[in-house]
Design a protein around this ligand. Structure first.
Ligand code: PMP
Ligand code: GLN
Length: 379
């Protein structure tokens, strides 16, 4: 019988991490921290397992965790969300994205995504019977061309998926982008899926602008975040979705049949973490800004052109002065011959623009970053 996703292979993250292991290279490809999760979180997990909290959580999440999430949103964005009716705990942002997309996409609907796009959006849209409409953004600034977005809207357009801070470009959306977005979603009555998993990682004091802080935008949005990024625990696969009550009802209808609920001991441990160590989150931006600067400084004498990183834990490098190889071949060369694994940007595009750009993850120990930069500087 025929494949439902005929053009899809194995994800680039599986492929590159596999090569990194095979060639014993420094793995700056797949995005995950090299440092451990906070002690309170790990001890909480052990404690709650031991105390017997090993059965299903409520489908929408444990109430104390929903409350802590609402309180974090209140502190950070100054808005009051109803934790019970708008916050749903999910098994990672990936599940939240998948569920939100299923919840709104009818057969033949068009969903606008921006290339380079995080790789899980398009398959989720297609499995829901929709069509991803790609708006390209290009090096070096990866700015959204809003007239292009306006021109791509048809009577089948249902939603726009945004991601800020943006993986892989490391750019943040500005107020002017949100003004453009707002005008379009109001004019054409569109929904928004806002992937904000790197919301706490912005640099130079650039505030993260959340859809949550604009009532008009939020009234038509699913806002998605991930504890994996925030608490260095990507392997826990814990995240959440915040959406207005009516959208949340639709979201929960699907969430209850994808996973029903998420890992109970982790929900309890995360509740304590949010309540007892809120400073972990406020320290995250300076923590990662230091990492970014270590890597940027160590690459200063290389022949790469370093693109600005405004947020996330990624840095883009243009290698056009070093090699004429396409970016996939260049990354295969890097991992096999140079000992550093990176991600080629073209995999995030429907139509690769031919930029010679790779992505490095700097969620690593300083010495790892310096070692990788030494290898890259020899090119
Ligand atoms: N969206 C973006 C932009 C991401 O970078 C990631 C993590 N790589 C996710 C979603 C998925 O997050 P999670 O691991 O919580 O499923
Ligand atoms: N989000 C991570 C990245 O961009 C990888 C997630 C995954 O491996 N699926 O590198």
């Amino acid at each position: 019988h025929s494949s439902k996703l005929p053009h899809l292979g194995t994800s680039i993250f599986t492929y590159m991490s596999g090569l990194a292991n095979q060639y014993n290279a420094i793995n700056l490809s797949q995005g995950f921290p090299e440092f451990d999760a906070p002690k309170l979180l790990k001890q909480g997990l052990a404690k709650y397992c031991d105390q017997g909290f090993n059965q299903y959580a409520p489908s929408s999440g444990l109430a104390p965790l929903q409350t802590q999430i609402a309180s974090l949103i209140g502190r950070k964005y100054g808005v009051d969300v109803n934790s019970k009716d708008t916050v749903t705990v999910t098994s990672g942002a990936t599940e939240a994205l998948f569920v939100a997309i299923q919840a709104i996409t009818h057969l033949g609907d068009e969903i606008i995504i921006f290339d380079p796009a995080y790789d899980s959006y398009k398959p989720a849209i297609e499995l829901a019977g929709g069509r991803a409409v790609h708006i390209p953004m290009q090096a070096p600034d990866y700015a959204i061309n809003w007239p292009l977005v306006a021109a791509a809207i048809t009577d089948k357009t249902r939603a726009i998926i945004i991601n800020t801070p943006h993986n892989p470009s490391a750019k943040t959306l500005k107020q002017a982008d949100f003004d453009e977005l707002k005008a379009l979603v109001i004019e054409h009555d569109l929904l928004i899926i806002s992937d904000e998993v790197y919301e706490h990682i912005t640099f130079e004091g650039t505030p993260h602008i959340s859809v949550l802080s604009d009532a008009e935008l939020f009234s038509r949005a699913f806002v998605i975040s991930s504890f994996g990024k925030t608490f260095h625990c990507t392997g826990w696969k814990m995240g959440y979705c915040v959406a207005p009550e009516t959208l949340t009802q639709e979201f929960r209808k699907i969430h209850q049949y994808i996973t029903f609920s998420s890992f109970t001991p982790a929900q309890l441990a995360l509740t304590d973490m949010l309540a007892e160590e809120p400073e972990h989150i406020t320290a995250l931006a300076p923590f990662y800004q230091h990492k970014r600067d270590v890597l940027v400084n160590a690459l200063q004498n290389s022949r790469f052109t370093i693109l600005p990183s405004e947020g996330t834990y990624f840095l883009l490098l243009d290698y056009s002065e070093i090699s004429g190889l396409d970016d996939m071949s260049f990354c295969e060369y890097l991992v096999k011959e140079i000992g550093v694994a990176a991600i080629p940007l073209s995999v995030f595009y429907q139509t690769a623009p031919g930029d010679r750009v790779i992505r490095l993850c700097f969620a690593k120990e300083d010495r790892t970053l310096i070692q990788a930069a030494e290898k890259l500087s020899a090119l």
